[in-house]
Write a protein that binds this ligand. Structure first.
Ligand SMILES: O=C(O)C1=C[C@@H](OP(=O)(O)O)[C@@H](O)[C@H](O)C1
Ligand SMILES: C=C(OP(=O)(O)O)C(=O)O
Length: 449
């Protein structure tokens, strides 16, 4: 098949990065920067709080910069510096009144394009939302329709998508609303995050046939509660598919951001594929991050892991097995799992991830096209990928401006000589120094793209 629709927008002269071939079994420790999902939720909650708060060890990346700049444009002060006790980076968030007029660039960040329209509806003035061409295609209708039902005025010229203008009225009634969040869990998270500030709070009902990324919704609920909100959620014995948030002020938190476990994935994959080992420092023992599922998934694929005082110690044997798995809860792990599965000793079936067609790129189409471009045998199914490992050869691995395609290409390059990853810099969405971290971890000279 040809690549997904974004292929047409691929820059002609995107730089190619020769992915390092593994020199032998890996060994070492890695500090992974902060979680995108936690950082961007923490920024939103701090901006909506009644008092200043701190974010320690925040992620510095394109997506978190877009979030911080958008909130600044709406009147929030975010001071980037060192924490009160002098240890490490910390951002001070000072929640002034939210106001327009403001311009928000969402880039291609799902968290920014979905989490901020409800915040803008609470602002006083017009907030214009725009972003990368791909952001116009990503689903937003659930947030737009729900906000309108809750009393917001939004001008999207009938698109149900970006670009659009939210005419913030300084407050939102809130109340009861239904949303079909089968295309993105971020519709639910977006409405819940701002809900304590709605006059009547929120009763939110999901009506769709499926709901992806449940751990990310649990992350939203957990962080809301930590900020003082009262939330009833289905997993606490409440009504299925219904969340209730009471109106209340939010506390200014002092939060240390967990490392991004989904961005630990390529380093774990390196240990798995090379029969090496890696310690991911500060891996939390309790977390709502979907990347935590990698402990189980990569163990089933041939590795083993244990917690140590330093973090999570993971080892491979060099033997990698295929897997039959529903990834609906942890969809963002799919590109990295597909890369490993293409190098396994048996076939894999990845299921439950139809919604990935509307991620940064059409990830199912992109993975199929690019792994097959290296000689692989991948077919798209209605809701995932069927992967039959075959000997692969070198070639260009196109990345469609998708950070997780880029890291998947790097993983394939470990085992396959001559893989050139297009635009490795696209990893800056969530992991800006990936190429240096990768070459440093593998102990090979830095590569020029
Ligand atoms: O809320 C979040 O932080 C995220 C939710 C998920 O989105 P979808 O439910 O749209 O897949 C995930 O894929 C994305 O990387 C981050
Ligand atoms: C789907 C992802 O991101 P976004 O927050 O833009 O939806 C991702 O990071 O894999």
């Amino acid at each position: 098949m040809t690549g997904p629709s974004q292929q047409a927008t691929r820059p002609d002269a995107a730089p190619l990065w020769p992915a390092p071939h593994a020199p032998g079994p890996t060994s070492g420790s890695i500090t992974v920067p902060g979680s995108k999902s936690v950082t961007n939720r923490a920024l939103v909650l701090a901006a909506l709080a009644a008092e200043p708060g701190w974010l320690r060890r925040p992620l510095r990346s394109r997506d978190s910069a877009l979030m911080a700049n958008a909130l600044r444009a709406m009147g929030i002060d975010i001071e980037e510096g060192i924490g009160p006790d002098g240890t490490g980076e910390a951002w001070r968030v000072i929640p002034n009144g939210l106001r327009g007029p403001a311009q928000v660039d969402v880039g291609n960040a799902g968290t920014v394009m979905r989490f901020l329209p409800p915040v803008a509806a609470l602002a006083d003035g017009e907030i214009r939302f725009d972003g990368d061409p791909r952001s116009y295609e990503r689903p937003l209708h659930g947030v737009i329709n729900a906000l309108r039902d809750l009393g917001a005025r939004i001008d999207d010229e009938g698109r149900g998508a970006l670009p659009m203008t939210v005419h913030g009225g300084g407050a939102l009634d809130g109340g009861e609303v239904s949303v079909d969040a089968s295309s993105s869990s971020q519709f639910i998270s977006a409405l819940l995050l701002a809900a304590p500030r709605f006059n009547q709070g929120l009763t939110l009902r999901h009506t769709g046939h499926s709901l992806p990324s449940l751990p990310h919704i649990r992350m939203t609920v957990g962080m809301l509660r930590a900020a003082g909100a009262q939330v009833d959620a289905p997993e606490d014995g409440g009504e299925p598919n219904v969340w209730r948030v009471a109106p209340s002020a939010l506390l200014g938190s002092d939060l240390t951001i967990e490392p991004d476990l989904s961005n630990a994935q390529p380093f774990l994959a390196a240990a798995l594929l090379t029969g090496g080992s890696v310690t991911i420092r500060d891996w939390p023992r309790q977390t709502t991050q979907p990347g935590d599922a990698l402990r189980e998934i990569f163990t089933a694929m041939g590795g083993s892991c244990e917690f140590t005082d330093a973090g999570l110690a993971f080892s491979g044997t060099g033997k990698v097995h295929g897997i039959d798995i529903d990834l609906g809860d942890v969809g963002e792990l799919t590109p990295g799992i597909a890369a490993v599965a293409a190098l396994a000793d048996s076939p894999s079936q990845l299921r439950g991830v139809a919604h990935l067609r509307m991620h940064e790129t059409d990830r199912l189409g992109a993975l199929t096209a690019e792994i097959n471009g290296l000689g692989g045998d991948v077919t798209e199914t209605a809701d995932g990928l069927a992967i039959r490992p075959r000997p692969l050869h070198g070639g260009v691995f196109h990345t469609y401006d998708d950070h997780r395609m880029a890291t998947a290409g790097a993983v394939l390059g470990l085992a396959v000589e001559g893989v050139e990853v297009e635009n490795i810099g696209t990893t800056a969405k969530t992991l800006p120094d990936f190429d240096e971290m990768w070459t440093g971890f593998l102990g090979v000279p830095a590569r020029r793209a």
